[in-house]
Design a protein around this ligand. Structure first.
Ligand code: AMP
Length: 429
């Protein structure tokens, strides 16, 4: 199926062509006709499936078909999404697909000066994309009203709940007109999400695409067992591969992210971090530099990385395994988007083996192990150091089987310096 067969108007088809889109993704081919017919929609889909265009394209078409000729534009469509990064990306998508329609949009999120946002609202916009907190704030200050909203989208509903936005969302719902079209998207559908959806949607059509595990299937995955203290060296070794033009590296903590940046910069690898301690502007700048490939490596924590969408991102590196298995899926879902190539490399130290087991259970497959590499795991059973010793990395007291004792010793020498990371994956360990 091609976009041409979805009865889209010429200005949108032209923009899609300019974007290089020809074939709709499954969520798009299912959702677009339903939304164009005016149905409410319950979509089970995660980012990476082409979900944004699945709602942005029909919204642009519906708003274009019923152009209003008021002197001042009214907010006719509202999209609520949990993070600033997602909001910015959705805004970029609306601008891209709607560039020939004459419709305008603006993005509203917290953590930055509100003046540019209120100025845009004063000038009048057709579409607002917002995070809940700042939106309510601006509503309370009288900078916008939702009474003219014709199409409402709640995006990433499950994350919205996880992040504690439920009350803000409920407050906002009361400000929307009863007569409206509503679209609701969530990657998962636990009972509380189904309940929330039922309060928003009327007689919705349902679409569901790519459950988590099948998205994971298209991404080439591998794991390196490595001692915690050798992860930096392994990362530098892997990044000697010039085929890795850019990579998104995940750490568990902000502090960890900053440490990785320092190490890579020392090795002249252009790196920036994106995490909650950075200002919104710094985060956006880092993301733009990364997208433009002036920065080769972006180091991110999970919260900050939510919604990061970089076209053609081929490599995700899990510097640390997350203790939440679903996070692995979200992380590696940053690559291999909309059918592109994707590779996810994970570093796993002895203490993280249980996290790896959880991941493998969730995705129902074994992740191939790279066996032949320069920094193999030596410290298989580290005993957590008592409090006063916790500063020492890899402290270990009782593993004689691995042939190493004590804390961080000299690096293993076997295969040292040889690039083996795509060596011999082995399915079992
Ligand atoms: P999303 O799930 O909305 O975050 O989209 C994931 C990525 O797929 C984004 O980078 C989009 O630009 C891209 N994309 C969405 N739809 C298509 C399409 N039909 N053809 C090619 N790329 C697409």
């Amino acid at each position: 199926m091609l976009f041409e067969s979805l009865s889209l108007i010429e200005p949108i088809l032209k923009a899609l062509q300019e974007e290089g889109y020809t074939v709709p993704t499954p969520i798009q081919s299912q959702s677009i006709p339903l939304v164009l017919q005016g149905n409410d929609l319950l979509g089970c889909a995660q980012t990476g499936t082409g979900k944004t265009a699945a709602f942005a394209i029909p919204i642009l078409q519906l708003l274009s078909a019923n152009k209003t000729y008021d002197k001042k534009k009214k907010v006719r469509s509202l999209i609520i999404t949990p993070t600033r990064e997602l909001a910015v990306q959705i805004g970029e998508s609306f601008r891209a697909y709607g560039r020939h329609t004459g419709l305008t949009c603006t993005v509203i999120f917290g953590g930055v000066n509100q003046n540019p946002q209120t100025a845009a609202l004063r000038a009048g916009v057709d579409i607002v994309i917002a995070t809940p907190g700042r939106l309510l704030d601006l509503m309370n200050q009288g900078h916008l009203t939702l009474r003219d909203v014709e199409i409402f989208v709640l995006d990433e509903a499950d994350r919205m709940l996880d992040m504690g936005f439920i009350h803000d969302v409920k407050k906002m719902l009361t400000a929307l007109p009863k007569k409206r079209q509503s679209l609701f998207f969530s990657a998962t559908m636990p009972p509380e999400i189904v309940k929330l959806a039922s309060t928003i949607l009327q007689n919705p059509s349902k679409v569901s695409v790519t459950p988590v595990s099948s998205t994971v299937d298209i991404i080439k995955q591998c794991v390196y067992f490595v001692d915690k203290g050798n992860k930096n060296d392994l990362l530098i070794d892997i990044l000697k591969d010039k085929n890795i033009k850019t990579a998104l590296v995940f750490t568990r903590t902000k502090h960890g992210a900053d440490k990785v940046v320092k190490v890579l910069l020392k090795h002249n690898i252009k790196t920036e971090a994106i995490h909650g301690n950075k200002s919104q502007n710094a985060r956006q700048r880092a993301l733009t530099n990364f997208k433009e490939q002036t920065t080769r490596i972006l180091v991110a924590t999970d919260i900050a990385a939510r919604g990061i969408d970089v076209d053609d991102l081929e490599y995700v590196i899990n510097y640390e395994m997350s203790n939440i298995a679903e996070t692995y899926v979200h992380r590696i879902g940053r690559t291999g988007r909309a059918g592109a190539k994707g590779t996810a490399i994970s570093f796993c130290d002895a203490e993280e083996k249980e996290y790896l087991r959880d991941v493998e259970k969730l995705i129902a497959k074994k992740i191939p192990v790279i066996e032949n590499h320069a920094f193999p795991l030596m410290d298989h059973n580290p005993v957590k150091a008592p409090k006063q010793q916790q500063g020492r990395r890899n402290f270990r007291t009782n593993d004689s089987s691995a042939g190493r004792t004590g804390h961080q010793g000299p690096k293993p020498t076997g295969n040292n310096g040889q690039k083996k990371w795509f060596g011999k994956p082995k399915a079992s360990r």
